[in-house]
Ligand binder design. Structure first.
Ligand code: C5P
Length: 226
């Protein structure tokens, strides 16, 4: 594998553990690039739906993944980049529960994962990269200098997600949120293609009782960047 020699910090873990926020803050603090790999799976699911590709058409889905016309438009350091599909801002649509669930379904297919591999590796650019996902440390950047596996109990993750949705004006039942989180965890951990698990050399951080700043500090220590 050719790489640019740029340092990489990988942050993997289940949905709702706070990876996205922490990865974004770490990248901003270091002035490094950020890869939100989940957005590529979400984009593939969205583009496939729009093109009428069935979720059991593996070759068709892999083609969609390979040909994704995506660009990331940076905002200010405190906000996630806007995601453009063929120039159209689809950021809000990508964050919906439906899109996340569809992403988790197509992410179980090896041809889809293979099709997205090089696109993810291309993000390894100087001065460095913070990569957020499920298999960043195990599959995409196995040689990363620092690997973190960020986790939290399903109950804590459901509570956080519930509050986020409520703040966004979406009315949901916390029991349903918990059930969906458990179903997604189960699918991500028990699939045969790149199952969610800590890399052998990853440092596991449980964010359950921690503030986001405390998590960020621990990630920086784990990465030797404190
Ligand atoms: O992280 P996010 O919730 O945006 O990811 C959506 C889905 O994409 C996850 O539930 C997971 O199934 C899949 N995914 C993956 N590998 C990654 C990132 C995301 O399988 N590196």
């Amino acid at each position: 594998m050719m790489d640019s020699g740029a340092p990489v910090i990988t942050i993997d873990g289940p949905s709702g553990a706070g990876k996205g926020t922490v990865a974004q803050m770490a990248a901003a603090r270091l002035g490094w690039h950020l890869l939100d790999s989940g957005s590529l799976y979400r984009l593939t699911a969205l583009a496939a739906m729009r093109q009428g590709i069935a979720f059991d058409d593996e070759a068709g889905l892999a083609r969609v993944a390979l040909n994704l016309n995506v660009s990331f438009k940076p905002t200010n350091a405190d906000e996630p980049a806007r995601v453009l599909l063929k120039g159209e801002d689809v950021t809000a649509e990508l964050r919906t529960e439906g899109c996340g669930n569809n992403a988790s379904r197509i992410a179980a297919l090896q041809p889809v994962r293979d099709a997205l591999l090089q696109r993810q590796r291309d993000f390894q650019q100087l001065p460095g990269l913070v990569a957020d996902g499920r298999d960043m440390g195990t599959v995409v950047f196995p040689n990363a200098g620092a690997k973190v596996f960020l986790t939290a109990s399903a109950e804590v993750r459901a509570e956080r997600r519930y509050r986020q949705l409520k703040d966004a004006g979406v009315s949901v039942n916390i029991g349903d949120v918990l059930e969906e989180i458990r179903a997604r965890d189960d699918r991500d951990m028990n699939r045969s293609a790149a199952p969610l698990k800590p890399a052998e050399d990853a440092q596991v951080i449980d964010s359950s009782g921690l503030s986001i700043e405390e998590v960020l500090d621990r990630v920086m220590v784990a990465a030797g960047q404190a």
